[in-house]
Each structure stands twice: as structure tokens, then as C-alpha cells.
Design a protein around this ligand. Structure first.
Ligand code: PMP
Length: 449
């Protein structure tokens, strides 16, 4: 009988290799081909693959209890995980609500922000401001907040038309504007937008401290978040930091927003929180936000069947303990600095590399047709995917950022597991160099570079 597909994959009809096994920073396919996981999957596998302690914990917890339902029981792993996160989080972010994906975490944050104002009697405060470009998730609430053209397009008539402001895209700021002025101007735009809508209608502002999938590790000017926080406080607007991609050490701080000494009212986590060993995500909530809810309706209108289940909580707790025990936050900073300097050196020899940015082991590389003018390549040349595919063929995984789709240029993210060594980083950069070199040749042959 003829084989047919049953699994709906990202691109139908495309042949994907079968991931067969993985250890440390490497993934092996069914033919034994070895790949450096230079993107940690989708910026997820922070502690590396196949960590025995986590595997043991998975089994040990399953032997005790895999599932209990949150409205019937609490459970020890979930209690311990919430306590651990409150110890790690800045300020008074002492509460956790557990969900299964980053999308659910941001959607929950949005709903908690709206509920907070309802409990305080401000029923009109239900709008969220976000940014172009951004990505906060694929569910309808999370997508409504996302400034991601491609992912919105098909559903745009169904999405809440939330107001949005410019992303603090340092590389593409107007000429003659300093970084500091740019940080100020972008933050100022939030103030203008709040005033335009009316502060009495705005519940929260949501931002990824470093913009991931929608831009490729776009890192704001140093003064931006301080100014954002001031504006949010001035207008009674909650600040949600979407740390689904950046949280739990990825950028060289436990939470990326700490780079700018700012404490948000809510933080969302996912990806690196469980390092891909189990679906797990969280919305961290401050005492300030919980206070009127505790006094008022005493329940969060949200949650899923698998929220706070003991199996996932035990695994995530083990992952976070592993991050601490092996000082992976410090390692992310150290190895990130090393990788950054190597990539900056690499960019000297390639006209098509326009910008290298990011923090820790979340690094973005943007490609341009003309370095001086910063002209992006036409999207139909698909430069991002060319780089990704050439790297893939050579055994290196890097992550696409959809700048080109958002009209802002092609970019990739390089984000290996935080356990990567300098020798392995050298190898990663060598392969990337070879891949970019091939793309450059290809473009020249086509008369496009
Ligand atoms: N927020 C951010 C910042 C993300 O990077 C992502 C995933 N790329 C999400 C939310 C959505 O997470 P998930 O895919 O787990 O739903």
C-alpha cells in the first residue's frame, strides 16, 4: 500500500528528517546525521538534550502521581515550583499561574490584567497596547496582541484590534537619531498612544524585553525600558514582560528585563522554563496585581485541564534547579559574549550581514542587500530560509525571524543551549560561515548581491 501522510507538519508535502535521538547540544536524525542545535529548537532546550537528572525526575514523579486536577487538589511540585519562581523573580512577583504554552501564558497575563482593573472597579480598562514587531502567541487573544503580519493575516477580521506602537528597532532607527534619542522617542510613542485612547481604557502594555521571532533578537536602547515603566506608572497601565523566549537565563540574566533594572507587574514564561522536557509555561503575577483579586472574586478566570499538573511542575522545577546548580545564567552571559565577538568578526567579511545584536545566548543576525543603506532583500529572495537550509544541510540548526515578512529585513536567531562550550561555539560559527558564504555566492550568481 502507498505510504501517505497523516501528521500535519508545518509545510505540507515537505520531507522532514526524523529526529531520532539527542544529547547535549546535538540532535541525530534517523540516518545518524548529527546536527548542532544552534537554536535550542525554538529557543527552548536551554539545558541541552538528554539530561539524566531530568529524565530520572520525570520517571520518579510519574511513579508518585502524574496528574491531579487543580480544582480538586494542590500538589507538591506545583507548590515548590511557584515558591522557587517567587524567589527568583524580581520585586513582588510572588505568584504563579501555570499553563502549557507561551501563548496561554500571555493570554492569561492579558486576562489577569483586565481582571485586575475590573476588581478595582475600572470596568473600561480592557485594552492592551503592544508593538510592531512582536510575537506573543498563536491563540486568538495572544495573536491579537502580536505585531506579526504573517501570523495575523488569515484571522485579522477576528482579532481584537489592539493599538500598537513601534518596536525600539535600534538598527533601523532614522539617520541622525542617537540610540538614546531613539529609546526616548519609542517610549514616548507609548505615552502618545495611551493619551490618544484615554488612560481610562488601557489595561496593560505588553513587550518582549528582547524581540524574538518577529524580528531576530531586537534589543532596545539602554534607556527604553526605564522610560516605559515610568509612563506605565504615570498612566496606571500595567506592564507585562513577555519572557517566554528570554526567561530563565537565556540572555545572561534570570529574566531579561533585569538588564534594564525594571520590575514588571506580570511576567510570562515558557520554553526555557522546562527546556522542552515537558509542556510548561507560567504567568507570574505581582502582589500588587493579586491584592484586589484576593479581596474580590478570589479566582482567576482562566486555566486549563493540565494547568499546574504535578508531572510538568516536577520536571520544570528540576530544570530550573539544574540551571542554578550549573550556573547556566552566568554561562549564558560568558558564552554569549564570546559568540557575539566571533559573529561580529564574521560580519566584517560578509557584505550581506547588516547587524549582530542580542544579549547572552540570544543573538540575532540581520541580512541586508546594501550594508551602507541597510536595504533589506526583497522577501521573494527568501534569504532567511536560504541561510537556514544551507546551515541545516551542513548540520547546524538556526532559527528564522520573520523580519522580511514584516517589511524589515531578513534575520536569523542563534541561540544554542546554555551548556555549549567555546570549542562547540567555534564549530557552530565555522558552519554558519560556510552556509552564509554559499548563500552569498548563490545571490551573486543570480545577480542579486
Ligand atoms: N511569546 C514569545 C515571546 C514567544 O517567543 C513565543 C513562541 N515563539 C510565544 C509567546 C508563544 O509560545 P508558544 O509557542 O509556546 O505558544
Amino acid at each position: 500500500m502507498k505510504e501517505r501522510d497523516h501528521l500535519i507538519k508545518p509545510i505540507l508535502g515537505k520531507r522532514y528528517p526524523m529526529a531520532a535521538s539527542a544529547k547535549g547540544i546535538y540532535i541525530y536524525d534517523q540516518d545518524g546525521k548529527k546536527y548542532i542545535d544552534g537554536s535550542s529548537g525554538a529557543v527552548t532546550v536551554s539545558i541541552g538534550h538528554g539530561v539524566q537528572e531530568v529524565i530520572n525526575e520525570t520517571l520518579a514523579q510519574a511513579e508518585k502521581i502524574s496528574f491531579s486536577y487543580r480544582s480538586q487538589f494542590t500538589n507538591e511540585p506545583a507548590e515548590k515550583l511557584a515558591k522557587k519562581l517567587s524567589q527568583l523573580a524580581p520585586g513582588d512577583l510572588n505568584w504563579s499561574f501555570f499553563v502549557n504554552s507561551g501563548s496561554e501564558a500571555t493570554e492569561t497575563a492579558m486576562k489577569i490584567a483586565i481582571q485586575y482593573w475590573q476588581e478595582k472597579g475600572k470596568l473600561k480598562k480592557d485594552r492592551i497596547i503592544s508593538r510592531w514587531s512582536s510575537y506573543h502567541g498563536i491563540t486568538m487573544g495572544a495573536l491579537s496582541m502580536s505585531g506579526h503580519v504573517l501570523r495575523r493575516q488569515r484571522f485579522s477580521s477576528l482579532l481584537a484590534d489592539y493599538p500598537s506602537v513601534s518596536a525600539p528597532y535600534t538598527y533601523r532607527r532614522p539617520e541622525h537619531v542617537t540610540e538614546e534619542e531613539w529609546g526616548f522617542l519609542c517610549a514616548q510613542e507609548l505615552e502618545t498612544e495611551i493619551r490618544r485612547i484615554g488612560a481610562e481604557r488601557v489595561a496593560a502594555f505588553i513587550a518582549e524585553p528582547i524581540i524574538g521571532a518577529a524580528g531576530g533578537a531586537i534589543t532596545p536602547p539602554a534607556n527604553y525600558y526605564q522610560k516605559i515603566k515610568e509612563i506605565c506608572e504615570r498612566y496606571d497601565v500595567l506592564f507585562i514582560a513577555d519572557e517566554v523566549m528570554t526567561g530563565i537565563g537565556r540572555t545572561g540574566k534570570m529574566f531579561a528585563i533585569e538588564h534594564w533594572n525594571v520590575t514588571p507587574d506580570l511576567i510570562t514564561l515558557g520554553k526555557g522554563m522546562s527546556s522542552g522536557y515537558t509542556p510548561m509555561a507560567a504567568t507570574l503575577v505581582s502582589d500588587k496585581v493579586m491584592e484586589p483579586i484576593l479581596k474580590g472574586s478570589k479566582t482567576i478566570m482562566g486555566g486549563h485541564t493540565y494547568s499546574a499538573n504535578p508531572q510538568s511542575a516536577a520536571v520544570a522545577l528540576k530544570v530550573i534547579e539544574y540551571v542554578e546548580k550549573h550556573q547556566l545564567v552566568e554561562k549564558a552571559e560568558e558564552q554569549g559574549n564570546y559568540l557575539m565577538s566571533k559573529l561580529k568578526a564574521l560580519s566584517e567579511s560578509f557584505e550581506l550581514i547588516g547587524d549582530i545584536r542580542g544579549k547572552g545566548l540570544l543573538i540575532g543576525m540581520e541580512f541586508v542587500a546594501n550594508r551602507e543603506k541597510k536595504n533589506p532583500y526583497p522577501p521573494e529572495l527568501d534569504v532567511t530560509n536560504r541561510v537556514i537550509e544551507h546551515a541545516f544541510d551542513k548540520g547546524l540548526l538556526v532559527y528564522p525571524a520573520s523580519g522580511a515578512i514584516n517589511g524589515m529585513g531578513d534575520a536569523i536567531i542563534i541561540s544554542p543551549p546554555l551548556v555549549i562550550t567555546k570549542g562547540e561555539l567555534d564549530r557552530l560559527v565555522d558552519i554558519l560561515e560556510a552556509a552564509i558564504s554559499e548563500v552569498q555566492c548563490e545571490l551573486r550568481l543570480e545577480g542579486k548581491a
